[in-house]
Design a protein around this ligand. Structure first.
Ligand code: MN3
Length: 203
């Protein structure tokens, strides 16, 4: 709802060390995510009809957003929604393999956790330029996709269960051009408990 606000991080900037460094978290959350929120609010300022809508509602009904601000809403509501999910699905005590409903669903959809992990990593590595890789739920089925820039799966009627930011700003300070090393390290901070909660809640 307008004005949209930056959610606070559910942990300290240094909580994901050594996998994701504190400086990256600080800039990523405090500067990049804040900018998506500010730019979204700027875009919506003179469009009161849309002030009552959540970012998911804006993105899900993107065709109803006036053309003059549509691309800004795609970029900044997308950026806001994507990052809000991203912070939530990481944790200091993350990693390992999922259990619960999401663990079962991953096994039945992909054959094994290892097969899922390989497919997801490939989607994250294969995203040329800036974007995201996702595990999404659509028509009751789990699948792995990637999206360009801040495009949200919600625009295509898909529900994002988890996602990894592969914009260079997510890893460049610590990993420079080594996206593969960042993705490998990222698996150690994946918060499966929260992902299971998100997935179970949605189903
Ligand atoms: Mn980012």
């Amino acid at each position: 709802m307008y004005p949209h606000k930056l959610p606070s991080l559910p942990y300290d900037f240094s909580a994901l060390e050594p996998h994701i460094d504190a400086q990256t978290m600080q800039i990523h959350h405090g500067k990049h995510h804040q900018a998506y929120v500010d730019n979204l609010n700027n875009a919506l300022k003179d469009h009161a009809d849309f002030h009552g809508k959540s970012v998911e509602e804006l993105l899900g009904g993107i065709k109803n957003v006036p053309e003059a601000i549509r691309q800004q809403v795609i970029n900044h509501a997308g950026g806001h929604a994507n990052h809000s999910l991203f912070w939530a699905i990481m944790s200091k005590n993350g990693g390992g393999e999922p259990s619960g409903k999401i663990g079962d669903a991953i096994k039945s959809s992909f054959g094994s956790f290892a097969a899922f992990q390989e497919q997801f990593t490939k989607a994250a590595m294969g995203r040329f330029g800036s974007g995201w890789a996702w595990l999404v739920l659509g028509n009751g089925k789990l699948s792995v996709i990637n999206t360009l820039n801040q495009d949200s799966p919600v625009m295509n009627g898909q529900f994002p269960v988890m996602g990894i930011d592969v914009w260079e700003h997510a890893y460049y300070l610590k990993y420079q051009n080594r996206r593969a090393d960042y993705i490998k390290a990222w698996w150690n901070v994946v918060n499966w408990k929260e992902i299971d909660r998100i997935f179970s809640h949605h189903k």
